[in-house]
Write a protein that binds this ligand. Sequence first.
Ligand code: PLP
Length: 428
Amino acid sequence: MDKTNSLKSFKRAQSHIPGGVNSPVRAFKAVGGEPIFMQSAKGAYMHDIDGNKYIDLINSWGPMILGHGKVQIERAVIEAVKKSLSFGAPTNAEIEMAELIAHMMPSIEKVRMVNSGTEATMSAIRLGRGFTKRDKIIKFEGCYHGHGDSFLIAAGSGAATMGEPDSPGVTKGTAKDTITVPYNDLEKVREVVMENPDQIAAIILEPIAGNMGCVPPVSGYLQGLRTLCDEYGVVLIFDEVMTGFRISKAGAQQYYGVKPDLTTLGKIIGGGMPVGAYGGRADIMDMVSPSGPVYQAGTLSGNPVAMAAGLAMLKYLNENTEIYTRLETMTEYIVQGIKLNVLKLGLKYTVNSVGSMFSLFFTDEKVIDFEGAKKSDLNMFGKYFNAMLNKGIYLAPSQYETLFVSSAIDEIEADLIIQASYDSLKEI
Ligand code: PLP
């Protein structure tokens, strides 16, 4: 595979961009090799600047549920651009977006738009603190909630990939208010809540973890957290930046039947444009400025182009809910294919999946938390990643990231993925 142009671009990028990339995992540091620079994408495929094409299993880290270049989204964006790139004043599109989110995800009575998932989670914990008048939050090892200071403690995703789950630059003062506990261990959370009476403002988690690889909640876990939060007056925040509108029409909360107090949303509701949002119970959301005292603002929040893209995407999902069955069936087909490959080759690796998210871990043990995910052989993952890349399958360049299937992936692509996976596993 010719990578000449990508190599040239990466060299050039490093002169004026730290590490040559604008988000760390993109640098391929964890898997060896240099990043591929992209030129265009359509449907299930991305095309790089050397003319190679790849079946995309990252989908811009989640939002391209419908694949790339969906006509309805493109048209909506073009129409919006013609009217204005940004007003900095309210628009009807923002109301439409809020109404549609509240309709699709009924736990959200009121919602505030922001510009990224990081902003959404930062704002949600500030709100949780303002509402409860308490300082501490609980997060889970290996969960990633963006790069806000309070979350860069035992964080997954790029932070774990770069070996910096606790980032320099986060003050001890901030860190002391974030308590981390293992994912999927209800007893441990209960202990922490009881050891810190009247101090825990919020519990924030990915209801399906995607940032330590795909790790679904064990049976009863989310329900148990709900009960615990009710008992101790703690605000339960589901970070559905990855799972909202992907796992089901109303995200993981509908899939598992558990209602959080607040939900954070991100990239998905922008259909590929930079967007985030947080929302939930009206009595909590009414604490947000200007209706309440908890300050939060944004010059470009509710940007009309981003709203147009997100609305087109959410409307499509709302009107075509059969897509979720299709996504799940296709993912299951791929997952079963990979499991069979592993078996045929006499290997014993673990495959986790739920909805249209899945991960292959290079360990024979069950993976239900970050400790389990860390047992995966990262050297093998790096080799597998590169073998797949050379066969035209674009995986997330880190073990600590889930893969995403889009509705543009058909049986043809699924079979290519399964075959490439077999050949790659054999090769490495
Ligand atoms: N929360 C979760 C669950 C995420 O996966 C991410 C990003 O991947 C974020 C928050 C942060 O979102 P952003 O990168 O848009 O700031």
